[in-house]
Design a protein around this ligand. Structure first.
Ligand code: GLY
Length: 398
């Protein structure tokens, strides 16, 4: 009887103070990522060309230049490989692909994506090396991104280009993905950049919170504003199923974005909001925790999945789990993240021998028929980031 009591007490202790993720070998998955990245490296003969996606059933990457919005993810993956391995070989490769993006700061921002492009590459580079060249690139990139800010609206102009339904240049637009790129502004404001970069980022997060979510905290992809008055004109989708649907990656950007904004500001409004946008996403997920590309596609369960959204959320949840004051809720977020990573690491979602990406089954732009059920580089980036975050959490709790 006494032995059973002690065993129960031991289980209780183990479940509340976990020092490992039972049934999940995070080092094994990280080694897998490095093996797959080595295969991609052997195909990457030109450092100015970055792997972007592999269509379903194919093996070869589609390569893009530095101006493509996804160009920062491959150098970012190489920096994460260096972060994990500490091997000089990965650092050298990360350096040469990161340098290919430096010309982005020679002209003003094409759009908000300069944040993805530079923070994933030079941001990780500076975090790991403290090399001044990356710091200068990041500071110039942040100033360039800030030129897109419209003080009348209070947000950054995400797309200074013609997009169906968006009405630029007569009107201003802001997309949910833009939340991620506030991280570059926060970083710059703390590392020698102007204070107003911080103010712009906070303003963008608050106005987006007010205008881009429905009463149930699901997000819409795009909000169009009157440039002159700053008033909201309409909320529409571009990459989602409909104007009233929850596009999975849009909600994933919101979860990741508001978690990051709380980390940077410590303003409790953002922590509360990060949990609300997370909770509605978790409530509506299918049992395997990998979302369909849009939660409201009537073709579900025959609709394509989006592993990239799952990877973004898995990474964000690990951070959110450390920020919430309710320990039980933090534990739920962490367990959900681990379950998502387990699913992504199973044969259904890992590419394995099928191709040299890490993951299969992401959806890029369903409405225009692009990158559906594909391997996409940003899914791999957030997958390896999440694995590293989990490894650090597990190491800390040892
Ligand atoms: N930022 C574009 C996307 O999420 O597809």
């Amino acid at each position: 009887m006494k032995r059973i009591f002690l065993w129960s007490l031991g289980c209780l202790f183990f479940n509340t103070c976990k020092t490992s993720a039972p049934g999940f070998d995070v080092d094994r998955q990280l080694r897998y990522c490095l093996e797959q990245a080595s295969k991609t490296l052997s195909q990457a003969t030109d450092s100015a060309q970055m792997p972007r996606s592999i269509d379903s059933g194919r093996q070869s990457w589609r390569w893009v230049g530095y101006r493509d919005w996804t160009s920062g993810f491959w150098p970012g993956i190489l920096w994460y490989a260096y972060d994990y391995s500490k091997a000089a070989k990965w650092k050298a490769d990360a350096e040469r692909f990161s340098a290919a993006l430096f010309p982005l700061v020679d002209s003003t921002a094409i759009d908000h994506d300069i944040g993805f492009q530079l923070y994933c590459s030079a941001g990780n580079a500076y975090r790991l090396t403290r090399d001044n060249i990356y710091k200068q690139v990041l500071l110039r990139g942040a100033d360039s991104l800030a030129t897109l800010f419209n003080p009348k609206v209070g947000t950054l102009l995400s797309w200074p280009r013609v997009v169906p339904g968006v009405d630029w240049p007569l009107r201003h637009n802001t997309i949910m993905d833009n939340m991620i790129n506030l991280e570059l502004l926060f970083w710059a404001s703390k590392n020698g950049g102007a204070n107003y970069l911080y103010d712009i980022a906070v303003s963008h997060a608050l106005i987006t919170m007010k205008n881009q979510f429905r009463p149930d905290y699901t997000s819409c992809h795009v909000v169009v504003y009157d440039t002159a008055t700053g008033q909201k004109v309409k909320a529409i989708t571009h990459q989602g199923y409909s104007n009233s649907s929850m596009w999975a990656r849009g909600q994933a950007w919101a979860i990741y974005g508001y978690t990051m904004v709380y980390r940077e500001t410590k303003d409790p409004r953002f922590l509360d909001f990060a949990q609300k946008v997370t909770d509605v996403y978790l409530q509506k997920l299918p049992p395997d925790l990998i979302p369909y590309w849009d939660f409201n596609d009537p073709a579900i369960p025959r609709a394509p999945r989006d592993a990239s959204a799952a990877a973004i959320v898995a990474s964000a949840l690990l951070e959110l789990s450390t920020l919430v004051s309710d320990k039980a809720k933090g534990e739920v977020y962490r367990e959900k993240s681990i379950d998502m990573l387990k699913e992504l690491s199973a044969v259904t979602y890992q590419s394995g021998p099928a191709n040299s990406a890490f993951l299969l089954h992401s959806t890029g732009h369903k409405p225009n028929g692009g990158e559906i059920d594909a391997s996409i580089i940003y899914a791999d980036y957030y997958y390896i980031e999440a694995l590293l975050r989990l490894k650090h959490l597990l190491d800390q709790s040892k």
